[in-house]
Design a protein around this ligand. Structure first.
Ligand SMILES: [Zn+2]
Length: 97
C-alpha cells in the first residue's frame, strides 16, 4: 500500500527538478543591457567591450571574447547620447530609462 506522504514528497522533488531546469535555461540565455557610448559600447552582463550592432554579446566582428548574453534593451552613461540616439542606433531594442 502506498504511503501518501512519501508520494507527495516525490512530487515536490519532481517539481523542484523542473524548476532547476528552468533556471539553468535562463542562465544559458542571459539577458542584459547594451551600454552604448560615444567611443565604445559595453555588455551589461560581463562589462567587456561590445559590438553595438550585435543581437547578443558574441563579438563576432571584434577582437575579444563575448559572453553570449542577449541584449534586451539599450542604455547610455554618456550624457551626449539620449534615448532618441539610442533608438536610432538600435530600433529593435527598447531604451532603458
Ligand atoms: Zn558580455
Amino acid at each position: 500500500m502506498l504511503d501518501p506522504s512519501s508520494e507527495s514528497a516525490a512530487d515536490i522533488e519532481a517539481m523542484r527538478d523542473i524548476a532547476q531546469g528552468a533556471n539553468e535555461g535562463r542562465a544559458m540565455e542571459e539577458r542584459t543591457v547594451l551600454w552604448i557610448g560615444g567611443f565604445y559600447s559595453q555588455c551589461g552582463a560581463c562589462g567587456r567591450n561590445a559590438d553595438p550592432y550585435e543581437k547578443s554579446h558574441d563579438n563576432a566582428t571584434m577582437q575579444g571574447e563575448g559572453c553570449g548574453a542577449t541584449y534586451t534593451h539599450t542604455a547610455s552613461k554618456d550624457l551626449g547620447i539620449d534615448a532618441i540616439a539610442l533608438h536610432n542606433m538600435r530600433p529593435d531594442l527598447p531604451v532603458r530609462s
